[in-house]
Ligand binder design. Structure first.
Ligand SMILES: Cc1cc2nc3c(=O)[nH]c(=O)nc-3n(C[C@H](O)[C@H](O)[C@H](O)COP(=O)(O)OP(=O)(O)OC[C@H]3O[C@@H](n4cnc5c(N)ncnc54)[C@H](O)[C@@H]3O)c2cc1C
Length: 448
């Protein structure tokens, strides 16, 4: 990634009686998201390094927006005013070895937290395809990995601290605030600036990953449930250009002897003979170790390694969730669009996610299958394809990934989120005047 020159400005905010210095960077170039497809509507970014500084900023400015590692593909993290980055809020606060939880600052990346946890004998149940993303930014959009028994990353959250629009800190826990917690966690950045997150842990574990190539699509029709229930986490990669799934990635726990995935072939797909990248043309150097080599959970659950470019780099992404029981029909519906999709696609990924209780989660109370698209970076073409895909998936009450590109209308979204009225009510308590609202929330959630 190219480094941009920055102009550092000194800035102070008052917290109580103390004057706090807060770094404000004005990038000389326009500030963009990771993929470079979004130019944020402001380049004023503030970098608080404590909750007190966050409080002071929230009190000082009439409008602002939390910002993580900028990996979303749409304008969910955009602001016309100020962005409050969590980059300097990147530390482990405490490890509770009695209750098996870790409390971290909001901006820590999974790739920074995970090796620390492993060293201390702990693990998180799942990770996304990349470890480069911040904890708060990820749970806010219901970021997920795969596995029929694995919920999205937000399902590990048992507590969090956020600064509301008045600058007040709320310390919320799953236990104590049971009536609203499920509305707050996958909060789309609407309720305030998150400063701390507490995550439930489990004992660390080792994993292996095997890849199989060219699985006949027909196997999905007969054996979908068996295929996605093999191992701990399964990803199916396809470009929809043949009657085959290009690559099947299976991640299993080394200690699960009942679920060994070391085999010469898997439902008609021969085992790969070397490490592969999901996009065949790209070097597997960027990918986590395969070929059954054992390694810690955090070096096998993501597809891409920390310190290397994940995915393709210059791309767009969309992802759609449908009920798992209708997975095969939904996959066949997309396969019928293969010729139309093909020229614009790098690769698609099919994953499973266990149900959760988060009001704004696409997997709310629904075992789900996610159909993901890594597009070439051609928005005019992709923007014409998305409505076609969304129409095909209408019979399955499709819900989009909040951090990726979609064109579903606010009315359709409202009809797919039964807890949306409760969510709006909750947001009005934390942010009555819309300090944290941006155009994305105005359009998508408020339909204005
Ligand atoms: C290469 C690539 C691979 C990906 N793979 C996956 C995947 O496997 N699974 C998946 O589900 N998604 C995936 N994503 C999407 C990504 O995980 C989500 O977009 C995630 O939300 C990005 O987190 P972030 O820290 O970059 O947040 P940002 O994009 O910076 O922000 C996301 C949202 O969180 C808010 N926010 C961030 N921090 C705070 C805070 N401290 N307080 C309040 N609000 C805050 C922002 O305002 C915004 O609303 C991928 C993205 C890329 C680029």
């Amino acid at each position: 990634m190219k480094r941009r020159p920055f102009i550092k400005l000194s800035s102070t905010v008052t917290a109580g009686s103390a004057l706090l210095p807060v770094t404000e960077w004005l990038p000389a170039d326009p500030l963009k998201n990771w993929a470079g497809n979004i130019e944020y509507s402001t380049n004023k970014v503030l970098y608080p390094s404590s909750p007190a500084e966050v409080q002071a900023l929230v009190k000082k400015f009439p409008k602002l927006k939390g910002l993580g590692t900028r990996h979303c593909f749409n304008r969910i993290a955009d602001s016309k005013d100020y962005l409050v980055s969590s980059k300097e809020l990147n530390k482990v606060v405490s490890l509770d070895t009695t209750n098996h939880t870790v409390t971290v600052e909001a901006g820590i990346k999974y790739g920074e937290l995970a090796p620390y946890l492993h060293e201390k004998g702990y693990a998180l149940p799942n990770l996304a395809s990349l470890p480069h993303i911040s904890v708060a930014g990820s749970v806010i959009t219901a970021t997920h990995g795969s596995g029929v028994k694995n919920g999205n990353l937000a399902t590990s959250v048992v507590g969090l601290e956020l600064v509301d629009a008045q600058g007040k800190i709320h310390s919320l826990s799953k236990e104590k605030d049971a009536d609203t917690f499920d509305g707050v966690v996958v909060g789309l950045g609407a309720l305030g600036v998150i400063t701390h997150v507490t995550l439930a842990l489990q004992p660390t574990f080792m994993m292996r990953q095997y890849v199989f190539e060219r699985m006949p699509m027909a196997q999905l029709k007969e054996n979908f449930e068996k295929i996605v229930s093999t191992g701990y986490s399964v990803s199916l990669f396809t470009d929809w250009q043949s009657e085959s799934i290009n690559e099947v990635w299976i991640k299993s726990r080394v200690d699960d002897a009942t679920n060994s995935t070391a085999r010469p072939e898997f439902y008609g797909a021969p085992a790969a003979t070397k490490n592969l990248h999901p996009i065949a043309e790209i070097s597997a150097e960027n990918c986590t170790e395969q070929m059954g080599v054992p390694g810690p959970w955090h070096d096998r659950l993501p597809h891409f390694k920390m310190g290397f470019t994940p995915s393709s780099g210059v791309e767009l992404q969309s992802e759609y969730f449908v009920p798992r029981q209708q997975a095969v029909e939904a996959i066949l519906a997309i396969a019928r669009l293969g010729k139309q999709i093909g020229p614009h696609l790098f690769i698609s990924e099919i994953r499973t996610i266990a149900p959760d209780n988060f009001w704004m989660s696409p997997c709310y109370k629904q075992p789900s299958v996610a159909l993901h698209f890594t597009w070439k970076q051609d928005w005019p073409a992709v923007s014409k394809l998305l409505p076609v895909i969304e129409k095909e998936l209408t019979p399955f009450n499709v819900r989009p990934h909040w951090g990726k590109l979609f064109t579903l209308s606010p009315q359709v979204l409202a009809s797919r989120y039964e807890k949306l009225p409760d969510f709006k009510q909750l947001v009005s308590q934390y942010d009555p005047k819309g300090k944290f609202r941006n155009d994305f929330l105005n359009t998508t959630i408020y339909g204005s």
